[in-house]
Design a protein around this ligand. Structure first.
Ligand code: AMP
Length: 464
């Protein structure tokens, strides 16, 4: 369906046309009509799927009517886990609303509140905020929520992971109950479901619609994934080697710890590779400058901790490196989603050391395929990470008995039979309903596996 059939007005269509968006992405196709109808929405979609436009465009459409804004009032609140994502979303709002008479701004921590308070005095149509700073400003009575129409929780699972659940609940308590709620999350966990429990009194008095965009059918196919088994102490030499040998034009390099990020930048510098790092210890101004340099191509190699890298949106990013393998499969999928966006091809390379075996198994199991392995000449490994047994068994046809599989994979560990980097289709799944969490803790009823049907809208499924 073209954008013109989605019920968006000419000024919005002009703005997205100017950005080169010719056709809506799956999440946009599905979410825009639901949001325009005024219903609540729970959308499972990760970054890179076009989810920001999926909620911003219909909000602009709904707000594109004459309305006087009262002082310190906001009409839509978009909560994001990080400042970077808040800035990114605000930039998108500004781009999409360039031909409309709507105001927007971001509020986030790490910068002085005075300027933010000043701008809030006149009221703002669309406010993008991180939870902590928003609560600060609300406590200071710098803004009021009594005219709020729409709440968006962007990357809800990240907000939960980052410990914002308490703040989110406090914010929700302050909002008018008759509002429209839109929740976007890469994964819908029990905690995320518990947040959406507060949607019960929402605007339409109806149940939230649910959309799931499978990661398998969106960002992933355009991403060539491979891994290199490494010994921890050779990682920086290996990275330098790859950057030089393969003449990498650009790379976003994920690392676990702040101090390790700084150390890696130094190690690269010693090998004449200029890199920079963003992490929580850098000032907001520095982070923004580094990000701007990376986006413009002035900085070619950016080392980032997972949290600091949230919200980084670089249209043409060709390469992501998991210098450290993330602990959660969701994080892996989220990271590699930084490349191969909106149809472009990208490459995701993971360094996997012996200690990462468990995480690798979880990731491969979630992807439902074994990640292609490469050996790099000159970098022999002392401790080779075995191939995930679970996946080995799954890919073997006919199925290998468990004991045999363990034996065979134990000694064949380095030579996976299936090394295709292509992501297989979605897991078989016939469930069309999900049970409502049964209490405020968000715990699901016993027999609920939490499995989901993919790529479709499930209507009125929470049995409220
Ligand atoms: P997001 O998932 O919101 O982070 O968006 C990922 C990237 O896709 C951003 O760079 C958007 O500008 C871009 N994008 C969003 N929607 C479209 C579309 N319909 N066509 C092309 N690019 C898009």
């Amino acid at each position: 369906m073209p954008f013109s059939n989605l019920g968006l007005s000419a000024p919005i269509l002009r703005a997205i046309d100017a950005l080169g968006y010719s056709t809506p992405t799956p999440i946009q196709n599905q979410a825009i009509p639901v949001i325009l109808s005024g219903k609540d929405l729970i959308a499972t979609a990760q970054t890179g799927t076009g989810k920001t436009a999926a909620f911003v465009l219909p909000i602009l459409e709904l707000f594109n009517k004459e309305r006087t804004l009262r002082g310190k009032r906001i009409r839509a609140l978009i909560l994001t886990p990080t400042r970077e994502l808040a800035v990114q979303v605000t930039n998108n709002v500004a781009q999409y609303s360039q031909h409309l008479n709507l105001s927007s701004m971001a509020v986030y921590g790490g910068v002085d509140t005075d300027a933010q308070k000043q701008r809030l005095i006149a009221g703002v149509d669309i406010l993008v905020a991180t939870p902590g700073r928003l609560l600060d400003l609300a406590h200071q009575r710098a803004l009021h929520f009594d005219e709020l129409e729409i709440l968006v929780l962007d990357e809800a699972d990240r907000m939960v992971d980052m410990g914002f659940l308490g703040d989110i609940n406090k914010i929700i308590e302050r909002l008018p109950p008759t509002r429209q709620n839109l929740l976007f999350s890469a994964t819908v966990t029990d905690d995320v479901l518990a947040i959406s429990d507060s949607f019960a009194n929402s605007k339409m008095g109806e149940l939230a619609e649910e959309i799931t965009i499978s990661p398998h059918s969106t960002a992933a196919p355009s991403i060539k994934q491979w891994l290199i088994t490494v010994d921890k102490d050779t990682k920086s030499a290996l990275l330098s080697h790859l950057i030089k040998e393969q003449e990498w034009d650009q790379a976003l390099i994920f690392i676990e710890k702040k101090h390790a990020a700084a150390k890696l930048v130094d190690q690269l510098a010693k090998r004449d590779i200029k890199a920079d790092a963003i992490h929580g210890d850098k000032s907001q101004a520095m982070r923004e400058q580094i990000l701007a340099d990376f986006k413009s191509g002035k900085l070619k190699y950016l080392v980032a901790t997972g949290v600091a890298a949230r919200g980084i949106d670089i249209g043409s990013l060709s390469r992501v490196v998991n210098y450290d393998l993330p602990f959660k499969p969701e994080e892996y999928i989220h990271r590699i989603g930084r490349t191969g966006r909106a149809g472009a091809t990208g490459e995701a390379i993971s360094f996997v050391a012996m200690g990462d075996f468990k995480n690798l198994c979880a990731i491969e199991s979630r992807l439902d395929h074994i990640i292609d392995r490469k050996e790099i000449e000159g970098f022999p490994v002392r401790k080779v990470v075995p191939v995930s047994i679970l996946n080995y068994v799954r890919k073997s046809k006919p199925p290998v008995p468990k004991s045999a599989a363990s034996k065979s994979s134990a000694h064949k560990s380095n030579t996976p039979k299936s090394t295709s980097s292509k992501i297989s289709g979605s897991k078989p799944n016939n469930k069309t309903t999900r049970q409502k969490p049964n209490d405020k803790t968000g715990k699901k009823p016993e027999n609920n596996s939490g499995e989901r049907s993919e790529d479709r809208v499930n209507k009125n499924i929470w049995g409220r």
